[in-house]
Ligand binder design. Sequence first.
Ligand code: HAM
Length: 447
Amino acid sequence: MIQTIRGFRDILPEDTALWQAIEKTASKLFEDFGFKEIRIPVIEKTELFARSIGEATDIVEKEMYTFDDRKGDKLTLRPEATASVVRAYIQHSMGASDAVQKLYTIGPMFRRERPQKGRYRQFYQINSEVFGIESPYIDAQLILILNELFKRLGLSELEAHINSLGCKECRPTFQKELLNFLNGKKEHLCENCLRRMDKNPLRTLDCKVPECRAAMADAPSTLNHLCEKCKDHFETVKSVLNEQHVDFIVDKTLVRGLDYYSRTTFEILTTALGAQSAVAGGGRYDALIKELGGPETYGIGFAIGFDRLAEIVAQMLNDAKMRAHNASDAKEFQDKNLYAAEFLKLVSIKTPDIFIIPLGEKATRLAYMWTSALNIAGIRTETDYSGRSLKSLMKRADKLNADFVLIAGDKEIEDNALVLRNMRTKEQYFITAENPVEQLETFLNRV
Ligand code: HAM
């Protein structure tokens, strides 16, 4: 039996309803905030990621799926979307028609990490990028959008962490001070940190090795080295978020795992998947567009880990089911999730409106015709072609949880009287055989 490869998985129909509902909720929110969708390839030249994410990052050093194509070009399955969106922005001179571009894209990314709960080698991201705006209002707005999306999905216990990494003016002084600090800690640092220290000392702040973390506890912070412009920028982000009642924690250790960031960076953290992990991350990358050969343009964005998000939303919905058995908990849960009511409606399982039970050969052909016509008219209808008995098809209608059954035996067709039965109330109606589609459409619109 051939199975999926390690870290890759199928998202099965019992889960895709939830995925689709999340995707609809996110796209609607993006569109309402003026974002437009962009679709980009899953494979790009390796150089694009190496140059943007940074040669000394975990992603580029050890996690990319890179291969030579038949002509010897080095290609990579995209580990993230930002580099590709920036490439598209430059390649299509998108800034020429309108300097401000707000884009979103949803799709699979690939990183060869050690798989565990919430961490896969093919995972999905909901990604947004904004070009052409320097103002801190857009930084705050992106964090607001994340906050709003999580609210609409009924999620509460998430923590927004924010930091500022400074800009090309203030970063060098900070890096010098950090390097001094690191030189005094050399014997406590892992090989990786020692190797990366000179290339990009900021990477050491992101190391997960416990000894490094301990050694870095009192490392200098970018926040103490911001230039006046960066300080003002960050102050505005914070004050706007406060005014909009978006909770956040200033986290001086938040440097992110990709090299292109400057000024504001942020992550949304959860403990719902075990150890604390990020559901979303992002920040500014004001130098990246120029570095990749484009015009000098501001850039900022974020990506949400779709798999992680779907897992915590599923947990929340399971919780809701458990709570439904306990009246006071259910009330509390409902109050908290009133905001997510639209989303909860989207997730509700779609069952057939009508199940047509054909009895006899002629009836089966008609049932097929009617089912197709009803499906085209937007009425969820199922039928069965197996020639099974009325009793066994009633059981099937029950299993599918159909609202109505339409019994169409050869005899009923001849008598011009089909039986329509409400499966909940057991009430019965008669429908004529010549034009059941129109009758059912009107009937269902009435009930
Ligand atoms: P990132 O922090 O590398 O940022 O990834 C964003 C999110 O993707 C993470 O917070 C996490 O939820 C999810 N994620 C990452 N790796 C995995 C994995 N192996 N399995 C499951 N989920 C994962 C970026 O990718 C940047 N491009 C974000 C960005 C956009 N910055 C500016 N614009």
